[in-house]
Design a binder for this molecule. Structure first.
Ligand code: PTJ
Length: 254
């Protein structure tokens, strides 16, 4: 490994290449002003959980990804909520997914500043879409912080909201408004994971890629079948059992 200016050059052969590239990307977007300081901390937390699930899309995640695509396909007005980390890690893929699923994309920030919103809106424009971002005109009832700020034609009136890397309060508040909530969160124990209708315990960029593939294949009849058999409690429980068994197996190898 060497440096190019102040950038780390990571050889493709490095065993942690993908993970290091993601870190580099987050740092770059932090410097641009898109990722919040706490976004870097949140990413580290995610990495720790990703280790525990073996840094792969496990069957419980795949089932949830299928159900998520099914639910969005059957929704009338789905919205994908994006923050700084999501923009840094996979803005292009979010655009692709939103196009296939006919979903709007709305900026929703915990550490909301006009500057960050403008930068994120501009970043998505580079990928060819106008996202809802500037001048929200509605509030999610019961939420004190900035995540309450939404658009009447976006999250406020959506019937289904995809919330990657979320904090728990808003998921609960969105559910209180009668919406279906899909979470992507590597921590199966987070409040978001526990509150969501569909909990995808997978790394964001992997999850979105799988969802794009599935969204191209699943039709509405298949979507109804998938949702009929889906049980989110079972999926969360499978993720925890998986982590428990994996740690047990690894500890026996020592
Ligand atoms: O851009 P902002 O201002 O909206 O701020 C965004 C952060 C991420 C700082 C904010 O939403 C936050 O504080 O989130 P939390 O409460 O730290 O929750 C983030 C959750 O996402 C944690 O449970 C992490 O394990 C998980 N996570 C982090 N990185 C990933 C992830 N899950 C999936 N894929 C990831 N790459």
């Amino acid at each position: 490994m060497g440096f190019w200016g102040n950038r780390l050059m990571i050889p493709k052969s490095h065993p942690r290449y993908e993970s290091l590239k993601k870190r580099e990307r987050l740092i770059k977007y932090f410097r641009k002003g898109i990722v919040a300081e706490a976004g870097l901390i949140a990413h580290g937390r995610g990495e720790a959980f990703d280790y525990l699930i073996g840094e792969k899309t496990q069957p419980f995640a795949y089932e949830a990804e299928k159900a998520a695509v099914a639910m969005m396909k059957l929704s009338k007005s789905p919205v994908i909520s994006v923050n700084g980390n999501v923009t840094a890690l996979c803005a292009g893929e979010i655009v692709e997914l939103s196009r296939i699923l006919n979903s709007k994309v709305e900026v929703n920030l915990f550490y909301r500043t006009k500057k960050r919103v403008n930068l994120i809106v501009r970043e998505f424009r580079r990928y060819g879409i106008d996202v809802l971002g500037k001048e929200p005109d509605a509030r999610i009832p019961g939420l004190e912080h900035n995540r309450a700020l939404v658009f009447s034609g976006g999250i406020y009136s959506a019937d289904c909201v995809l919330v990657p890397l979320e904090d728990g309060d808003r998921t609960k508040a969105l559910k209180g408004m009668g919406k279906k909530v899909i979470a992507i969160d590597l921590n199966p124990l987070s409040r978001t994971s526990q509150e969501a209708d569909i909990t995808i315990v997978d790394e964001l960029t992997r999850a979105v890629k799988v969802m794009i593939d599935l969204a191209k294949k699943i039709d509405e009849n298949q979507a109804r079948e998938i949702l009929k058999n889906y049980d989110n409690r079972k999926i969360i429980s499978q993720s925890l059992i998986f982590i428990q068994e994996r740690l047990r197996e690894l500890s026996l190898l020592l």
